[in-house]
Design a protein around this ligand. Structure first.
Ligand SMILES: Cc1cc2nc3c(=O)[nH]c(=O)nc-3n(C[C@H](O)[C@H](O)[C@H](O)COP(=O)(O)O)c2cc1C
Length: 373
């Protein structure tokens, strides 16, 4: 069986499947469940120093289903970062690391635009034993009002400054989590990598309005008759996430060789995850699908990835990481390639019109060609 283990930025993971920040990593109990089921690493729900400022509403999710099978393909949330006290989180980080010393626990962190706040949160999480950080520069709702989350991630200049504060304080690897709500994801990614972050996580949710209820005429999810702009995730975002993974991978290849990518968005199977790795990802995160079906889905994902690797004779993830990046080119180049292929086919078909070119082994193909003129 293929070896799915991987070492990323010095972190040793039994497999590349990582619980993405959100409800599936919301406390020590569920993080333990994820490790027990075999997830390669867990990123906790984003924590901040002062949870009293984080006030959630209900309902905070709305789902998009297909018309026929009612399958959930899109998911909008207006959920904020964790509203659990920071002290509780610190205790739980310690408990998790005591119980699972060999497993990788990544703290997702977010703070205000102040260096002291970032160094304090990093120091305290490090003392509690977390293995790495993912900086949430990408939450699209609520916190931008406090210049947090995507307010930072959409602005490469601010990002560069904040990442340099983070890198001054961090003694463990740091991944910068990007928002997809920008024109060129390369710009904020470059700022974070130039400031020294080891990796890029992409993508967080896409700013969305999931729909308007035609009975009440109110947009959803409706809270006391109103809503606010939300973040879109689930199967429907996979193509956007793959495109952004490809763009970040090209940036890393050209300008920051050796840095890592954690691909996120719409992963529901081992084959979805394989596609992120083919486009340069080192690890692949799953959030919404775990909310749909539970933690056990990792078993099937592992089987599917392993079957893919056996089918192609790949022994390790390195054997196919980034393989498909070489097949992206410009539209202009596609036109030229197609013209060249057509010219070559035409030349071949003209060549067999000469009697001297008839061959016994290809006789039927040649007569067939001539039938098409
Ligand atoms: C309900 C919900 C809550 C989320 N909370 C966080 C969060 O606290 N921090 C964060 O970085 N991302 C958060 N995310 C974003 C996910 O980690 C992920 O980037 C995004 O949902 C796309 O992946 P998916 O399609 O596998 O869910 C949340 C997503 C959902 C659906």
């Amino acid at each position: 069986m293929a070896d799915l283990s991987t070492t990323v930025d010095g972190l040793k993971l039994p497999n590349p499947f990582v619980i993405g920040s959100g409800p599936p990593g919301t406390n020590a109990n569920v993080i333990g469940k994820a490790f027990d089921e075999g997830w390669g690493a867990v990123i906790c729900k984003t924590v901040s120093l002062d949870a009293s400022k984080v006030i959630n509403v209900q309902p905070r999710y709305a789902r998009l289903r297909t018309a026929d099978s009612k399958e959930i393909i899109g998911w909008e949330n207006i959920e904020l970062i964790s509203d659990r006290p920071f002290e509780t989180w610190i205790d739980e980080f310690k408990q998790i690391k005591d119980k699972y010393p060999d497993r990788v626990l990544i703290a997702s962190i977010m703070e205000e635009y102040r260096e002291e706040a970032w160094s304090e949160i990093i120091d305290r999480c490090q003392q509690a034993g977390v293995d790495a950080f993912e900086c949430n520069f990408s939450c699209p709702h609520g916190l931008p009002e406090r210049r947090m989350g995507s307010a930072m991630g959409e602005n490469p200049e601010i990002l560069s400054e904040v990442c340099s504060w983070v890198m001054k304080a961090a003694k463990v690897p740091v991944w910068a989590k990007m928002t997809p709500n920008v024109t060129h994801i390369e710009d904020p990614s470059r700022a974070a990598l130039a400031a020294g972050c080891q990796g890029i996580s992409a993508i967080n949710t896409i700013r969305s309005v999931i729909g308007v209820n035609l009975g009440t005429l109110r947009p959803e999810p409706t809270v006391e008759g109103y809503t606010t702009m939300g973040g879109y995730s689930c199967k429907a975002v996979l193509p956007v996430a793959l495109r952004m993974c490809m763009e970040v991978a090209k940036l890393i290849k050209d300008e920051f060789p050796g840095r890592s990518i954690s691909g996120i968005g719409g992963v529901e199977s081992g084959n979805d995850a394989v596609q992120f790795i083919l486009l340069g990802a080192n690890t692949v995160q799953v959030c919404t699908y775990v909310m749909k079906v539970g933690y056990r889905c990792v078993h099937q994902m592992l089987e599917e990835m392993s079957a893919f690797m056996d089918q192609h004779g790949f022994n390790s993830l390195d054997d196919f990481r980034g393989h498909s990046l070489q097949y992206f080119t410009t539209h202009h180049d596609l036109v030229e390639r197609q013209a060249a292929a057509r010219a070559a086919a035409k030349a071949e078909s003209q060549a067999i019109r000469a009697d001297a070119e008839w061959r016994g082994d290809d006789f039927v193909k040649q007569t067939d060609e001539l039938s098409r003129g």
